[in-house]
Design a protein around this ligand. Structure first.
Ligand code: HEM
Length: 352
């Protein structure tokens, strides 16, 4: 789980989701760019103080910030989070130029890495959201269900979550959508276990998948199963519970990494607008999103080179993009040759 821009890995005990916007001042953008390009040093600072070296950092760049921060062509599908107005709830779209997704085996490591990130960024950024996640029993959300079961693993992971040859400049990266949901737990508890299981599409105690409904109301699991021309498209989630035990103050931080942004967007449409239209995801009766933001998480060589100058500059640094892409492809090829699921960068060139 150790590393920069490693989206895969087992669920961690603790996480921080830090969403920031950058002050509207060119100096601030320059300084932030330099800090982001030094993300590996920030991570190393903390890892070197932990013998288990069990922390990871994923940095995402918001659609609204890409051009000014990166100064190179954006990933093909990247655009701001689109608000969705459903019958029950609105999927709100909220600001975010950067996200730092910190995961670690211990809460103190998350705290320290976040502290060092904020020290480095100083007054150049505004905190839009800072959510501290925790693991809840056997990977359950606060609704009491095991969350993350259907995630792609091993050789399924890269084809689902990592951009490949369809966008060579951004191979090795991933689209990231986050939403912070607040739960009404008293209302949820009032439903009773059998009704809750119908909402989710799995049994509560044993996490057994229930059959899809043939018609009418679909479960959360069924609405989030995206099949086009017989092919099922997955995303990688690393949701975390957060908050205090005070009613209305806790919930689920949804975080979804995908190779194709449209897949996550299709899921959101099915949840909020319903399928058939109007038959929205009943999880929304007790879950209200208060944020919604889209980012792109570049492969780590790309991220570390974003301070090297704009792609159209005549300086000697202007050729760096191709160097970075070649480097990314090289690392990815080497990683894909490594056995087992522990490789640090998955096979970005695999067929989907
Ligand atoms: C209130 C927030 C949410 C909660 C509490 C929640 C909880 C769950 C649970 C308990 C499962 C079943 C176990 C599993 O496979 O992980 C599940 C499945 C899933 N959820 Fe969510 N989820 C939330 C929001 C979302 C959102 C916003 C998306 C997508 C945009 C999403 C996508 C999925 C997918 C893809 C699956 C797997 C479906 C399958 O079985 O193929 N979830 N979720």
């Amino acid at each position: 789980m150790t590393g920069l821009q490693q989206i895969e890995g087992p669920l961690s005990e603790a996480a921080v989701f830090l969403v920031l916007t950058i002050k509207d001042d060119d100096g601030a953008w320059d300084r932030v760019r330099t800090t982001v390009a030094g993300s590996d040093d920030l991570l190393k600072n903390v890892l070197s103080r932990d013998l288990d070296r069990s922390a990871s950092l994923t940095v995402g760049i918001g659609a609204s910030a890409w051009d000014r921060l990166v100064r190179r062509p954006a990933p093909k599908e990247l655009h701001p989070f689109r608000e969705l107005r459903g019958t029950a709830r609105t999927a709100v779209s909220t600001p975010g130029d950067l996200i730092f997704h910190v995961r670690a085996s211990r809460r103190d490591l998350c705290y320290e890495l976040t502290r060092q990130i904020m020290l480095a960024l100083g007054d150049d950024v505004t905190v839009e959201d800072d959510t501290i996640g925790f693991r809840y029993f056997d990977g359950r959300d606060l609704l009491g269900f095991v969350d993350g079961t259907a995630n792609p693993i091993d050789e399924q992971l890269a084809p689902a979550a990592v951009v490949g040859e369809e966008d060579p400049d951004h191979a090795g990266g991933s689209y990231l959508v986050v939403q912070k949901y607040l739960h009404e737990l008293t209302r949820w508890d009032g439903l009773g276990t059998a009704a809750q299981e119908q909402v989710i599409g799995r049994t509560k105690a044993e996490n057994i998948e229930l059959p899809d409904a043939d018609h009418g109301q679909k479960s959360h699991k069924t609405l989030n199963t995206i099949t086009v021309d017989g092919v099922e498209y997955d995303i990688l989630r690393d949701n975390m519970p957060f908050g205090s035990a005070v009613e209305g103050d806790s919930g689920t931080y949804f975080i979804g990494y995908s190779r194709r942004l449209w897949v996550t967007e299709r899921m959101l449409e099915r949840m909020f607008l319903g399928d058939p239209p109007g038959m929205y995801d009943r999880i929304l009766d007790v879950s209200r999103p208060v944020t919604g933001t889209t980012f792109f998480v570049p492969a780590s060589p790309y991220l570390l080179a974003i301070d090297d100058g704009p792609s159209d500059a005549s300086s000697s640094a202007s050729g760096d993009l191709s160097t970075v892409i070649a480097e990314t492809a090289e690392v990815a090829a080497a990683a894909s040759a490594a056995p087992g699921p522990d490789r640090s960068i998955p096979d970005v060139l695999g067929d989907s």
